[in-house]
Design a binder for this molecule. Structure first.
Ligand SMILES: Cc1ncc(COP(=O)(O)O)c(C=O)c1O
Length: 437
């Protein structure tokens, strides 16, 4: 957070603070997390070697409070703040609450600008291409709903592995504009080449496609979609692309330029580890004309991405804690995080490959996998089957997971470790899976 002491309101805050802690005001929150509060990975180790270093990841686990009473392998919902981030958030919450409108009306916009800057830097884009949102849903819903110029002659495309609410919003376009909807269905397990092939087939079969939704990492089974290749082909056919990167940023190590898309939605409260209530919208410079401002907002030059969202009163403390979350994320190292999470997933999927009673879902080649994966019992793909499996894991083995519903191949249970998950906890999952036969 930026220095709260420039300007009148900041001087007054300082005055109150210097006068004593009697007012219960927090200490000033700093823009950057103190170096000594951040983890320091050994410089000599490659990400792959570090991924297997239980000692290092045990140190990382020490930065987090643990879920009590269960082995929690459902970390795809939202991330968890590490202690330095949580402390910054608590300080920020106390400061915002104490200073109230005096802070929000005078100094908040500078702090929010710094947060935008840190997001833009981390994603490798310009500050004016990033808008902070409350979550990825806000970013993606606005892109879909505010996309201009659809007519009944057009078609829009999504896939079975897309986020359910976004599929529904794509279908909503049919009622709103009379467009046709096209759903790509992917095999239960797929390689990058097969996924690309399915999208290309759909492009060939539907020459009137105008807009598509694409998901970088599916919430269903962590499958990585080759966004860059698909987007290049879509653009060459005049199809506009909205990319859902809600689950991928921080789970994978990449920059926006790797995706080759003009519009995307992100979450910081998943794998970047910010407080809940922070997402981001990316809109590339020069591409705003096709997406209307939020109703009531005005942007005659189509140059202000911020007009595509209306944030109103939001969680100021969450937003000004973004720099601290990015500090912690970058201190571990994005490549180190990705490698560790892949390693943990590989431990159980390698064993599961040999279990005749288990069906794995997701990637067939390593490029198509992330740290997140899903499985079901052989031929048990109904919602009731998945619910039963989730309950058995929870009640009989003390392992918490979540069911996923929406894939063409049926329902499943998703396994999502975090950077604080140990190999030992994955061994408990493997033992449970063996006993599920
Ligand atoms: C792929 C994907 N898209 C979108 C979302 C929605 O995220 P949020 O609820 O934070 O908007 C999720 C959440 O799990 C997701 O996994």
């Amino acid at each position: 957070m930026v220095d709260k002491l420039a300007g009148v309101s900041r001087r007054k805050v300082l005055g109150a603070m210097v006068a004593g802690a009697a007012y219960g005001l927090p200490s000033l929150v700093s823009a950057q997390t103190e170096r000594r509060d951040l983890p320091v990975p050994p410089k000599t180790a490659s990400a792959q070697a570090l991924a297997r270093d239980e000692g290092f990841w045990k140190e990382i686990a020490g930065y987090y409070d643990r879920t009590q009473g269960i082995v929690n392998l459902e970390h795809g919902y939202w991330g968890k703040m590490a202690h330095p981030v949580q402390n910054a958030f608590i300080d920020a919450t106390r400061m915002v609450n104490a200073q109230n409108s005096f802070y929000a009306r005078k100094d908040y916009s500078d702090d929010a600008r710094l947060s935008v800057h840190r997001v833009a830097q981390a994603l490798g884009v310009h500050d004016d291409e990033i808008v902070i949102t409350r979550n990825a849903s806000e970013a993606i819903h606005n892109l879909i709903r505010q996309y201009k110029g659809l007519t009944p002659k057009d078609a829009v495309l999504y896939a079975d592995l897309d986020y359910p609410s976004f599929k529904d919003t794509m279908v909503w376009l049919k009622g709103a504009y009379g467009v046709n909807t096209v759903e790509v269905t992917l095999p239960q397990r797929a390689t990058q080449a097969e996924i690309l092939g399915r999208y290309l087939d759909a492009f060939d079969a539907n020459p009137n496609l105008k807009l598509m939704l694409i998901t970088h990492v599916s919430n269903q089974h962590g499958l990585v979609v080759p966004v860059s290749d698909i987007a290049a082909e879509a653009k060459s056919r005049g199809i506009d692309v909205i990319c859902d990167s809600a689950q991928s940023w921080g789970l994978l190590d990449y920059k926006i330029s790797d995706l080759n898309v003009d519009w995307a939605g992100f979450n910081l409260h998943k794998w970047i580890g910010s407080p809940i209530g922070v997402g981001a919208l990316y809109m590339k410079r020069g591409t705003l004309a096709k997406v209307a401002p939020y109703p009531g907002e005005s942007d005659p030059e189509n140059s202000r991405a911020s007009t595509r969202v209306h944030m109103a009163t939001s969680n100021f403390a969450s937003i000004i804690t973004i720099p601290n979350a990015i500090d912690f994320h970058e201190a571990i190292g994005a490549a180190n995080k990705e490698a560790r999470l892949r390693h943990l997933r590989q431990l159980w999927t390698n064993e599961a490959e040999a279990m005749g009673h288990i069906e794995l879902l997701g990637g067939l080649d390593e490029e198509s996998w992330t740290g997140m994966g899903s499985f079901r019992l052989q031929a048990k793909n109904t919602v009731a089957d998945a619910r039963d499996l989730q309950q058995r894991l929870e009640n009989d083995f003390g392992i918490f997971t979540v069911i996923r519903v929406g894939l063409a191949s049926g329902s499943c249970v998703r396994i999502t470790p975090q950077v604080f998950t140990s190999e030992n906890e994955i061994s408990m999952l493997i033992d449970a899976m063996k006993k599920l036969s």
